[in-house]
Design a protein around this ligand. Sequence first.
Ligand code: AMP
Length: 117
Amino acid sequence: MTEHDSDCLFCGIVSGEIPADMVHEDDEVVAFRDIAPRAPTHVLVIPRRHIADAQALTHADAAVLARLFGVVRKVADEAGLDRGYRVVTNVGPESGQTVFHLHFHLLGGRPMAWPPG
Ligand code: AMP
């Protein structure tokens, strides 16, 4: 698995080549505001390492997954989402995935409908 894919938009954000509104950065995980927000809080939480999507995850990624969800919790706490929030990851074209670098959408700040469209 490649660490950095030079054709990947989110690898470009990780490396700083592409600007983003960062809300968290550490050695494994970065989080930034979605450029087209679908809720008052809409943050994308991603691994620095290039992983195409959730389908590509293996047991070897357990630690980074725990780190990703730790950042989800921290961002939700900082945003004051005490009434709840949604975490979404799209996998493949039929789901609506448009960027093929694993990312968790953290959406909150308004009531959410179910099921999603
Ligand atoms: P998905 O459709 O699940 O692959 O999600 C990709 C998300 O990335 C979409 O919600 C886009 O609005 C968002 N996005 C695309 N380009 C950027 C960018 N340069 N900075 C921040 N978010 C972006």
